[in-house]
Design a binder for this molecule. Structure first.
Ligand code: ADP
Ligand code: MG
Length: 693
């Protein structure tokens, strides 16, 4: 049960003064629906209204708070003219200007003969001191209230500062004193206030510097958020571990057959990864391991060998991919190897015919199919396994926590291996997965050559096309990627289609087009034609980013490379350099290049090391943008910023680990406070794993 003390914070924002249904919708859009959400809506700027000169001393461009007497209203004759109110003090005159001002409202606001305090930006127009739409107009008694540094909040169309300031202030007012959940020594060492004081301070910045994410008030709140998230992950994991797992061991005979059928040897990091996974599987606890490796590092093979441990142990294993295309590709890679091992493998996607699907489902249910590769069709209700021991989830760069869970729930105490192709910076991995076991594939398979990466201004696209012509005459296979430029898929598609027509006219019969709108069958036909060399050039939107594998392709052209993020460029480039031939990547950019784009392209030229690229990406962009926080499934942080709070994240991780070790059911005094923290950050799921309470 959520503690009573938090109830006021879980009220709707419309319960706050000044927020009716109409404003409520707007505030919800920027912050969220609950009072709590407004607490996390921190100001991004300050306005200093303490400058209170006399009119004659007011300087154009300054924010000033002026105390004036209202002299005269000049009501406009036509609605196009502004409404003016003349005011004065001992030193001069001030003209207040309103566009579309309503007379009755303005006469009430600024009664002639009375003193008012107005605050806003000073303008000087033809020698007259003016203020257009002052931010504040209040009676003299309220002067002190506005003579301060004011927080400025992010807005949306239709919303203005005043109501949101008022609502946030009321929300902060409602925030109760809460028991301290932080480790007291840690808090003191950092010089942080208690939660409520920090919150109040974060919303009352006294100067620009107070807006820094490293300011003590903000850092404290960020740490709270990180701690809640890390503790929740640690508690859930602890809970899953204590639920009995299974020990799976194999005698290696199936793996031996596969390895014998391969024309190459495993890399050292593939061997290490398999050894780690095998050791995990043999433990009675449930495995949750991340297999992290750059594109082309050979994860699929590692996954297959892990799955075969399960099959050797007389159970089943499943591999789930995020897209149909990928599922088919994994299936195609695995099929000959499974055949070599003498293991029955099936493919299950949403596009299977009824008859085939039925047969697959029967085979999975009676155990005659030992390995299955599929899309999320695998987690549908009608899918039953005789005995699923290992689930492998290929997430590329999307973290699909729910689907991961769904697949594990298809068996009893299923071990889980998560593959990610994007090398995730350490910080982000911690944030998404907590303290997870990780196997890394750090080397590329032997025989791969470095990719020659060049940056070329878009104006020289003609020369690039000439070069492509020479390459395909020599038998090369070329990817040509058109980017997401407009927000609209239609426009992007039009761009790709246009390029397809141009290149197609130039190299008749040799060019194919691949994009997200194509039907599965069309896509596959195009892919197949490119893979076996009937097509030489594949014009594509970024759909090929997700795991297309044509080892013979050696040229990657990326138009408007400056529009892509580093991680994306790296993924795209990884589509070439997969065979033994030397590959080229041409990054075409539009001028002028911004600083960040310049830095990105330079890094691409400099290195192929995905881990380094990922770290640079985080540094250049910040985490939210990096993965598109919402769609990535990364925890959606309101207060913490992975790009600057990396150290706090590590501290939160350590703290969470200690807490779970010492007080796994949060029974101590601090434990009770930590429960409040979990509720505050809506991690009720984690609280539910606790035994008592
Ligand atoms: P990833 O999934 O990590 O992007 P894949 O598993 O698709 O990489 O492997 C890419 C290519 O490398 C595949 O064609 C695969 O057969 C090949 N490969 C895998 N391991 C090795 C190895 N040890 N030596 C040579 N080639 C390998
Ligand atoms: Mg792969």
């Amino acid at each position: 049960m959520r503690p009573q003390s938090l109830t006021p914070l879980f009220a709707q924002i419309t319960s706050l003064p000044g927020i009716g249904p109409r404003l409520g919708k707007l505030v919800e859009k920027i912050a969220g629906a609950l009072v709590l959400d407004l607490l996390w809506h921190l100001p991004f700027a300050v306005i200093d209204r303490r400058n209170a000169p006399e009119i004659a001393a007011a300087r154009a461009g300054d924010i000033a708070t002026l105390t004036v007497t209202v002299d005269e209203h000049l009501v406009p004759r036509s609605p196009r003219q502004p409404y003016r109110v003349w005011c004065s003090d001992e030193t001069g005159r001030l003209c207040l200007t309103f566009f579309n001002g309503r007379e009755d409202y303005l006469r009430k606001l600024l009664p002639v003969g009375e003193v008012r305090v107005v605050s806003g930006k000073v303008e000087v127009y033809q020698g007259e001191v003016q203020m257009t739409h002052p931010d504040h107009v209040v009676p003299a008694e309220e002067r002190e209230r506005i003579l301060r540094v004011e927080p400025v909040y992010g807005l949306t169309a239709g919303l203005t500062q005043r109501p949101i300031q008022k609502a946030v202030a009321a929300a902060v007012e409602r925030a109760p004193e809460l028991p301290e959940w932080q480790d007291e020594a840690f808090r003191r060492k950092n010089g942080w206030d208690g939660w409520r004081a920090a919150l109040a301070h974060a919303h009352a910045p006294a100067e620009e510097g107070d807006l820094s994410p490293l300011h003590p008030a903000r850092a404290r709140l960020a740490f709270d958020e990180l701690l809640a998230s890390q503790l929740a992950i640690a508690l859930v994991r602890h809970h899953n571990r204590t639920v009995a797992g299974r020990a799976t061991t194999g005698d290696g005979h199936l793996r031996a057959r596969v390895l014998k059928s391969l024309p190459f040897a495993l890399t050292a990091s593939q061997q290490a990864a398999i050894a780690e996974i095998e050791a995990d599987l043999a433990q009675p606890e449930r495995m949750i391991r991340l297999l992290q490796g750059d594109v082309g590092s050979g994860k699929t093979l590692v996954a297959l060998l892990a799955m075969l441990v399960g099959v050797e142990g007389r159970a089943q294993a499943a591999l789930m991919a995020p897209t149909e295309l990928l599922a088919r590709q994994h299936h195609a890679t695995i099929a000959p190897l499974a055949a070599a091992a003498g293991v029955r493998l099936a493919l299950l996607t949403g596009r299977d015919g009824q008859k085939q699907k039925k047969e697959t489902l029967r085979g999975l249910a009676d155990g005659s199919i030992q390995l299955v590769v599929g899309t999320h069709a695998l987690v549908q209700e009608d899918v039953e396994f005789a005995d699923l021991a290992l689930a492998v989830v290929d997430e590329q760069h999307r973290f699909g926590v729910h689907q991961r869970m769904a697949l594990s729930s298809k068996g009893h105490a299923v071990d889980l291996l998560v593959m990610t192709a994007t090398p995730i910076p350490r910080t982000l991995m911690l944030a998404a997965y907590g303290d997870l076991d990780v196997s890394k594939l750090t080397e590329k398979p032997a025989g791969r050559q470095p990719i020659d990466t060049r940056t070329i201004p878009l104006e020289r696209i003609g020369e690039v096309a000439d070069g492509v012509g020479r390459q395909i005459a020599a038998g090369a296979r070329v990817y040509w990627v058109c980017p997401l430029i407009e927000e609209s898929e239609d426009v992007d598609l039009a761009n790709a289609e246009e390029r397809f027509r141009q290149l197609g006219a130039r190299f008749p019969g040799k060019v194919g087009l691949l994009h997200g709108r194509l039907k599965g069958a069309e896509r596959e036909a195009t892919m197949a034609a490119f893979a076996d060399g009937r097509l030489s050039v594949l014009v594509a939107t970024t759909v090929i980013e997700v795991g297309v594998d044509v080892p013979a392709a050696t040229v990657m052209v990326i138009e408007h490379a400056e529009r892509f993020g580093l991680a994306q460029l790296h993924q795209l480039r990884g589509r070439v350099g997969r065979g033994s031939a030397r590959s080229t990547c041409l990054l075409l950019y539009a001028q002028p290049l911004g600083e960040t784009a310049k830095a990105r392209l330079a890094i691409m030229r400099e290195t192929e090391d995905g881990f380094r690229i990922a770290e640079e990406d985080l540094r250049l962009r910040g985490a939210g943008e990096l993965l598109g926080t919402r769609q990535s499934g990364l925890p959606d942080m309101r207060l913490a910023d992975f790009a600057v709070h990396g150290e706090l994240l590590a501290a939160a991780r350590d703290d969470a680990r200690l807490i779970v070790e010492r007080d796994p059911d949060l029974q101590t005094g601090r434990g009770a406070a930590l429960r409040v923290l979990l509720y505050l950050f809506r991690r009720d799921d984690a609280v539910r794993t606790l035994r008592a309470g």
